[in-house]
Design a protein around this ligand. Structure first.
Ligand code: 26Q
Length: 807
């Protein structure tokens, strides 16, 4: 046998002819069909399997290398992964793009038609889920041994459609046609317990007697690194009824349907992703999902650790477990339970192991987005975990009392249990006490966590708090999303090394004064607009793409659009910069105010479209169902990137980074990572406006009166009056009333600064060369925002792991 690739396998061929042979054999042997009777779906699945095989070979070699090295592993726990479509990525990473298209052509199959069948696994809501995908990409690219753990939801994030301009949600049955990218591993299933009660065992240990057992069945998807042989995995758990949940007593009593019902109930746990971004919804099934993820993943991690025969006290030498927000923070009491109840360790030893092993990333600043669970629900579902939470709380409050004797208020604030208006478990506090490091996701965010959200904890443990500024995958969001720009960059820089060394984009600076280069740059932006196919490619393409939330202030952008509409109506013969305003994003189905804003945007778009005086100058487009696939089309086409959240509310943002890397210029507030973008690209290449965080805090606490701003600004008044009068339909009244009476996110206070800043944008746009130069500089100076840099920061600041090279 030829052992050249070290895993006892003949290496797969790297010629188009060999690839074609493999396509055929996969068509026959794995799809069980023939060229004559194959459907497009057969062609797609066959291609996917053939590409996957190339990566699976690397995966086998990766596993061999990891076993030989016995390294410290990164385990990334996340309830969400927004991986994006897999086919193009895997063609690129496996280096088979050219031979695959040639082989398909030889078989008479159109690559584009096949590619259109690749489904995006929408297993996340927005930024947090996409960050998880970018980080696992960076981990593999940097050869870090890592596993991402998550949930294999049957239904991903809902599909957004519009009915008369209003959002309607449709189920996302993403595996309807199967999923050629995953490897089910039913043999690795793990039991998960719920409900029941706690007893004292004969040995004096606490013993959880569960009332329900379900099974977690894993499957994994391959996560290849770019420009390396490392292939890591994300392991996704799917819930199954256990045989014991198939209640035999009822079965024999003839209650077959009821018995089956139990299994169905179990399988509901991984049925659907909760479509909430940032605002918590206290549903028991969501808590069940979280524990399901945690229980399966920890058992898997311990199973892997035990292969080495080391004592559990050494766990943190071989594992660091990163919690992606508090969604997996039940891992803290769960590890305590496994170590104390199941392994018989004493509490102090178990607690030391636990604190050493976990780290926690916080993704929010909104107090209402900090997860808490009612104590009653928690106790019913996880009785033993509540006891452990109480024990941890006793330890925590002991620390607080000895540092701050008599400070009852501090004890109340820091407790893991909120007492009023109802008793609830504070998951963020739990995540802070149970971990070795806590990080925010941009410098401002991390600073605000220390000075506000976690101030008491930062006083007690100042060394625990870090910043790790987010980053994005340059592979997915530059190389794959923007192939033309990538080719230009590669030819300017002389090679493709920048794709995994993004700081090298700085070398583009020397071309910022090169007329020919600027011309090419502009042509590519235009071609990307043509590819997108929404609006005039010569217009300023002004993009606001993100989840809908009032703090992000899509309503501010809309107010400006309406004021521009009136400006043009007043003087249709004026000279205007033609603009295409592109909104995209979903609102949580239960978030009424956000849905009203979507509805109103669509109504405004229709009014403008129907108005021949205005439509030559201004167009509003709102393609439905924003997802990773649509982002990859929109972002390369953007001239202007709208990052206009109220300062102090957006933890980081990552769309801002993707847009800057693709040469969009930001109009934005001093919020989240906008600050770091501006620091790097330069104040001259960034349109800054609005209140900063201290000014916003001061205004809110001094009795903010939105009506004062409305009365003082005729343009603003006219726009709001029109909305309120129903010029854009009935939904306007509600939006206007909310802005005039509450305006929680200071939209009206920032309106004038925003509108003036948009005037500056138009002046800048009129000088095409200066704009393009600024666009180039945005790309050239944004190399810092690579997910590879983010991963490196986690590695050196928190994880202390080393790469393992695959031979
Ligand atoms: C919580 C409880 C119940 C149901 C759902 C949720 C839930 C789900 C998703 C809470 C929050 C989220 C997502 C949060 C999120 O995406 N945050 C974003 O994270 C990005 C990556 O760090 C940041 O760039 C964004 O600033 C932040 O808003």
């Amino acid at each position: 046998m030829d052992l050249r690739n070290g895993i006892g396998l003949r290496p797969l061929g790297s010629s188009a002819a060999e690839f074609e042979q493999d396509l055929l054999s996969n068509l026959y042997y794995r799809r069980g069909t023939t060229v004559e009777s194959a459907s497009m779906q057969d062609a797609y699945e066959t291609l996917a399997l053939t590409v996957r095989d190339r990566l699976a070979e690397r995966r086998a070699r990766t596993t061999a290398a990891h076993y030989a090295a016995n390294p410290r592993w990164v385990y990334y726990l996340s309830a969400e992964y927004l991986l994006g479509r897999q086919l193009e990525q895997n063609l690129l990473y496996s280096g088979t793009g050219t031979i695959a298209t040639a082989a398909l052509k030889a078989l008479g199959v159109s690559y584009d038609e096949v590619e259109a069948l690749d489904i995006e696994p929408g297993l996340g809501n927005g930024g947090l889920g996409r960050l998880a995908a970018c980080l696992v990409d960076g981990l593999a690219t940097l050869d870090i041994p890592a596993v991402g753990y998550g949930i294999r939801y049957d239904f991903g994030i809902f599909k957004q459609d519009f009915a008369d301009g209003a959002q309607v949600e449709k189920p996302d049955d993403w595996t309807f046609q199967g999923n050629p990218w995953e490897f089910p591993a039913p043999d690795d299933r793990e039991p998960v317990f719920f409900y029941g009660h706690v007893e004292k065992g004969e040995d004096g240990r606490r013993k959880w007697v569960p009332g329900e057992v379900v099974l977690g069945e894993p499957s994994h998807m391959l996560v290849p690194g770019y420009g390396t042989d490392t292939v890591n995995i994300v392991r996704l758990w799917k819930a199954r009824g256990s045989e014991s949940s198939f209640d035999l007593s009822r079965f024999s009593a003839g209650q077959y349907a009821e018995a089956v019902q139990e299994a169905v109930r179990a399988e509901n746990i991984s049925k659907v992703l909760y479509p909430d971004d940032s605002t918590e919804l206290g549903r028991e099934l969501r808590l069940k999902q979280q524990y399901f993820l945690v229980s399966c993943s920890l058992r898997d991690i311990l199973r892997r650790f035990r292969l080495w025969g080391a004592p559990l006290t050494d766990l943190s030498d071989k594992a660091v477990i990163q919690l992606n927000d508090t969604h997996p923070s039940l891992a803290i009491p769960e590890l305590m339970r496994l170590l104390v109840d199941e392994e018989g360790l004493d509490w102090d030893t178990a607690w030391a192991i636990t604190q050493r092993t976990f780290a926690y990333t916080c993704h929010t600043l909104l107090p209402e987005a900090l997860e808490t669970w009612p104590v009653g629900m928690f106790e019913r579902l996880l009785p033993r975990h509540l006891e452990i939470v109480y024990d941890i709380n006793e330890w925590l409050l002991g620390q607080v009392r000895s540092r701050f004797p008599g400070d009852i208020e501090r004890v109340r604030r820091m407790s893991l249990i909120q007492e009023t208006p109802e008793r609830r478990v504070r998951m963020a506090n739990l995540a802070v006490v149970g971990t070795t490091a806590v990080n925010g996701v941009a410098q401002l965010h991390s600073d605000l966590l220390v000075s506000t959200t976690f101030a008491d904890f930062a006083t007690l443990w100042p060394g625990k708090f870090r910043n790790v500024t987010n980053g994005v995958s340059p592979r997915r969001f530059v190389r794959l999303a923007n192939p033309k720009l990538s080719d230009l960059i590669s030819s300017a820089l002389g090679d493709t090394g920048w794709i995994k060394d993004l700081d090298r984009l700085a070398e583009l600076e020397q071309f910022a004064g090169d007329a020919g280069f600027l011309e090419r740059w502009r042509e590519i932006k235009r071609a990307n607009k043509v590819r997108l196919g929404l609006g005039d490619p010569d217009s300023l393409t002004d993009v606001m793409v993100k989840r809908f939330h009032e703090y992000k202030r899509q309503q501010l952008k809309l107010l400006h659009v309406i004021s521009e509409y009136f400006k043009i109506k007043d003087n249709p013969a004026g000279a205007y910069v033609p603009r295409t305003v592109l909104f995209a994003g979903k609102a949580a189905p239960a978030y009424h105010a956000a849905k009203s804003i979507i509805h109103l945007i669509n109504a405004v778009a229709a009014v403008i479209d129907a108005d021949p005086e205005v439509s030559p100058h201004l167009k509003v487009v709102f393609p439905p169902n924003y997802n990773v696939t649509l982002a990859e089309l929109i972002i390369p086409a953007a001239d202007l990137s709208e990052q206009i959240s109220l300062a102090g509310k957006e933890a980081s943002g990552t769309g801002n980074m993707k847009l800057a890397l693709n040469g969009a210029i930001t109009i934005g507030t001093l919020d989240g990572a906008n600050i770091e973008i501006r620091d790097r690209v330069g104040a001259d290449n960034f349109f800054l406006f609005g209140l900063d965080t201290p000014a916003a805090v001061a205004l809110r606490s001094s009795g903010y009166r939105p009506r004062d701003y409305y009365e003082a600004d005729p343009e603003l008044k006219r726009a709001l009056d029109a909305i309120a009068a129903g010029v854009f339909g009935g939904v306007g009244q509600e939006v206007a009333a909310s802005l005039l009476n509450h305006d929680e996110y200071l939209t009206l206070a920032d309106f004038r600064a925003y509108a003036d800043c948009q005037d500056q944008v138009e002046r800048a746009w009129r000088d095409a060369d200066a704009w393009t130069r600024s666009s180039v500089l945005n790309t050239a100076r944004s190399g810092f925002f690579s997910a590879d840099r983010t991963v490196s920061d986690y590695v050196s600041g928190i994880w202390q792991v080393s790469p393992v090279t695959v031979g």
